[in-house]
Design a protein around this ligand. Sequence first.
Ligand SMILES: Cc1cc2nc3c(=O)[nH]c(=O)nc-3n(C[C@H](O)[C@H](O)[C@H](O)COP(=O)(O)O)c2cc1C
Length: 346
Amino acid sequence: MTDNLFQEFELNPSIKLKNRILMAPLTRCMADDDLVPTQAIADYYAKRADAGLIITEATIIRPDGQGYPNTPGLFTSAQIEGWQKVTQAVHNQGGKIFAQLWHTGRVAHPHFFGSDVLAPSAIAVEGRVPRMRELVYQTPKAATQKDIDQLVKDYAQAAANAIDAGFDGVEIHGANGYLIDQFLHHASNQRDDDYGVTPANMSRFALEVVDAIISRIGHEKTALRVSPGAYFNLEGDVKDKAVFDYLLPELEKRDLAFLHIGIFDDAMEFDYLGGRASSYIRKNYKKTLVGVGSFSAETGSKAIAEDKFDLLAIGRPFIANPDYVEKIRSKAQLTEYSDEMLAKLV
Ligand SMILES: Cc1cc2nc3c(=O)[nH]c(=O)nc-3n(C[C@H](O)[C@H](O)[C@H](O)COP(=O)(O)O)c2cc1C
């Protein structure tokens, strides 16, 4: 019943996937104190190289993008070298791997880098840093035009670094309430300049980052994750739909490797999107779409058969089952995921 998951899938003429199962990006907070990926991280990804494509844990593009302890980076030569070990290990096992590029925006904390927290507007996210509950989120500084120009450059540099590190491409993290997503939602973007108020303005930062990365590494190596339905680190607003109504056709023109939905449970419905985020995106974006969010191989395969999306990303079950793909193929029993598994890289 899951046969379609084992079909090859061509993202574009230069990237062919051996199956339709992607390993979703999963933050593990296991990089060393210089935010360099370790040998244990290389081993962890190599064990999962049976996936059609691995998308790494979110990886910060520069120091002030950090919001969680020991999340890896892609801005120093030691980090690039650390990632080279990872990409080689995955390639040696016949796998493919994209780096997920991340800046947490207002979900960053100066504890990690000691300077201003940057975001579209000076509106704090409520709460505390997970795993470091003593750290309360700060009111960010609204990014100036100069800050924005530098951020765009730094995203493009991190993408170039990813290619130097041997990655097959990058997925820009535009989802889950982090920096790019903060520009796309009214609750966090109250700017009145070229980056605020109108759908085209609110989409500008996301598109500038996409375009800068495409011109640096090529559209066929560039992917993006988006969350039109705000559900994490953000409140939704009925006006947000107009932003994504504008953004999605613009993205379609860019001919990305794929677009990936950022959500924990695809069954979640958003009044202002008229239902599920996946149905809304499918209606407004006709190119390769990656679905995700509490799917089993069976329900994911059915969703692909019903043309709800083209590729299936699997998150938590891949933490619990390094051999997820083989287990699905041989119909073996899966180990159930539990949060305690996050304490150790296996
Ligand atoms: C521990 C954990 C870490 C995650 N880290 C990331 C991340 O770094 N980047 C990202 O875009 N999504 C992240 N997610 C979301 C997953 O990519 C995925 O969307 C979510 O787990 C739903 O898929 P699943 O039901 O198959 O686990 C994370 C989820 C979990 C459980």
